[in-house]
Design a protein around this ligand. Sequence first.
Ligand code: AP5
Ligand code: ZN
Length: 219
Amino acid sequence: MRIILLGAPGAGKGTQAHYISKALDIPQISTGDMLRAAVKAETPVGLEAKKIMDAGQLVSDDIILELVKERLKHPDCSNGCLFDGFPRTLAQAEALKKEAVQIDHVVEIDVKDSEIITRMSGRRVHLASGRTYHVQFNPPKQEGLDDETGEPLIQRADDEEETVRKRLEIYHNQTAPLIEYYSGWASEGIENAPKYRKIKGTGSVEEIRDRILGVLTSC
Ligand code: AP5
Ligand code: ZN
């Protein structure tokens, strides 16, 4: 099964992808996590992406498509995968279609911008795994430490309020058109069109996980 999780920055894509990929035994492909790993390793892609990411802008389609194409060659993708943060532009969605990567489900996680600002200020991340916490809404068992490794959690450089606002603006301009793109495709009844579902992204992490698993297993 191949699934796209669509939603604004901070909608909870990474948090949910962690659970859904475990439940369905498919890998999570997070372009954001891949880029952060490249930045940390100071690879050529990482060096180019760092400034763009810190400013809350989108990395070029070419770089992203190259990363994703390489990742999809890995044998762990043979049973499917869960895209988190990709595609992010119409050009990326079109490229995926052109590569004949069959998508079965697109799940949109819907959260208002005002809620997102609160979420981002409390986010803490385990950089190596991408596991995500919130100091208030989804705290780790031990303050400041990852549950599975005990390693320290960090605050992302792009989580400053001003940068979050910029990322939201870019989301509405460049990524939100994918909602119409995928939901229109699904409603036209075209063969092989992915099923499109919008779910409410507020409530507890567990409630949202159950909503997503519910729509994935109900059809
Ligand atoms: P990326 O890492 O993909 O960032 P994003 O899409 O902006 O999304 P986030 O990771 O910020 O949010 P999320 O939806 O995963 O929410 P999370 O689960 O963490 O991309 C980073 C950058 O890389 C981009 O800005 C861009 O520069 C570049 N990039 C990446 N992909 C790209 C692409 N395809 N094309 C071009 N550029 C690309 O949750 C957020 C917080 O809320 C956490 O603290 C969490 O604990 C908390 N939370 C989660 N669920 C709940 C809940 N139900 N209630 C309360 N709090 C909750
Ligand atoms: Zn994320």
